[in-house]
Ligand binder design. Structure first.
Ligand code: GLA
Length: 391
């Protein structure tokens, strides 16, 4: 995590005072339940020890001045004005607009932010950005949004200002995560429960393919539409069907002939993935991480063959994982088309697995993969600095 002190120092350099409040929000991993959130299904994410940290102070105007430490770039926009040109600033602008839509008395502010969530690696750096600004503005302008509201504000920022019709998993995990626990979130009711996830002698590690396919966000929206098309077919026969959550495999099969085969495949994946998550949680309850790992492999298979959001680089790493018997589970994580493979590895096998992946991956693609160890850590929070002064 970037040190809070560095962000504060940078704020002072930019704005000539260190009188600011500090907030931080993490990226996330997702253990199982992929592409289920926007289908009203279940997900099992956790917040991690890689964060975005913001130093912020209100400025009594309607102007927002933000400096990104990672891009070494400043942006100024008016909260009542046009969307800024820089993509990263659109996330902040979007959060402000979504708050205004909800009649929140949000005003101008000065801010600096930086972090250590690898960009574009599928660890939800954008959700962390929305969440950290959501939490900071909520606090500084006393808006009284709940964390659940803030997650929705972040999600709607993606829909309306970035163009990705994402689900709510990433923002929810960033805002509501707890150290050592995964969140079983029901994306239909937004009810959630925590499951302890601290297997002794087992590590979680991400291997970043370093591949970012430009198709990611357009294909994401296509997948969402395909799921909606499947739901529409079933709903034309059964009135109360609203999402794939309401459809079982026998029901889907009943109308299979009326569906495009690709649509059928997508829907079948989502229905089975929800089931896998429920079985995965039962395994966690019994401390059976081996069985949980098997579910992760099955999820990858489905994402690769049925949902078709994997790519050759991700498949390659998962194939290597399967040759190491002490890699209990591995799968691509997040939206897909690049990004990371999440693996659950026994400590004793960690070094040989990582060495093997590094070597073989380099040989196959001439790319060095990036290895990112992750620890499940707390969600977004305000830093209670000793010297904090209220605006
Ligand atoms: C991205 C989206 C999430 C979710 C995942 C796939 O991370 O932002 O809402 O849909 O992809 O599970």
């Amino acid at each position: 995590m970037i040190e809070e002190r560095l962000v504060k120092e940078c704020f002072e350099k930019q704005f000539g005072t260190d009188r600011c409040a500090i907030f931080t929000a993490p990226g996330r991993i997702n253990l199982i339940g992929e592409h289920t959130d926007y289908n009203n299904g279940f997900v099992l994410p956790a917040s991690i020890d890689k964060c975005i940290t913001v130093a912020i102070r209100t400025n009594q105007t309607t102007t927002v001045k933000v400096y990104s430490m990672d891009y070494d770039e400043s942006v100024i926009f008016d909260i009542n004005g046009e969307k800024p040109a820089q993509q990263w600033a659109c996330y902040i602008y979007g959060v402000v607009q979504e708050m205004k839509k909800r009649r929140a008395p949000v005003g101008g502010f000065n801010a600096v932010f930086g972090g250590d969530i690898p960009l574009g690696a599928g660890m939800s750096s954008s959700a962390a950005l929305e969440s950290v600004f959501g939490l900071a503005l909520n606090d500084k302008f006393e808006l009284w949004f709940s964390r659940r509201d803030l997650a929705q504000i972040g999600q709607m920022t993606e829909h309306n200002y970035v163009g990705v019709r994402c689900g709510i998993m990433d923002q929810f995990a960033s805002l509501c995560g707890q150290a050592g626990k995964v969140i079983k979130l029901d994306c239909q009711s937004l009810e959630y429960e925590y499951f302890p996830f601290n297997p002794e002698g087992i590590k979680l590690v991400l291997i970043d393919t370093m591949v970012k396919h430009s198709l990611a966000s357009s294909e994401y929206n296509v997948r969402r539409s395909q799921c909606e098309a499947g739901v529409a077919v079933v709903a034309s026969h059964k009135k109360k069907i609203e999402s794939l959550r309401d459809i079982t495999m026998p029901l889907l099969n009943k109308y299979k002939d009326e569906m495009d085969p690709v649509v059928y495949k997508r829907c079948a994946f989502v229905i089975n993935e929800n089931q896998r998550l429920i079985e995965g949680c039962a395994a966690l309850d019994k401390g059976n991480y081996k069985l949980f790992g098997k579910k992760m492999y099955a999820t990858h298979e489905g994402l690769s063959k049925e949902y078709e959001v994997s790519c050759k680089e991700l498949d390659f790493i998962v194939k290597i994982a399967k040759t190491h018997k002490d890699v209990l589970g591995a799968r691509m994580m997040g939206g897909g088309f690049g990004g990371c493979v999440l693996s659950m590895v026994e400590d004793k096998a960690y070094d040989s697995y990582i060495d093997d992946v590094k070597q073989q991956y380099k040989k196959e693609f001439n790319i060095d993969p990036r290895v990112i160890d992750v620890v499940i850590s707390d969600g977004a929070k305000k830093w209670l600095a000793k010297k904090e002064i209220a605006d």
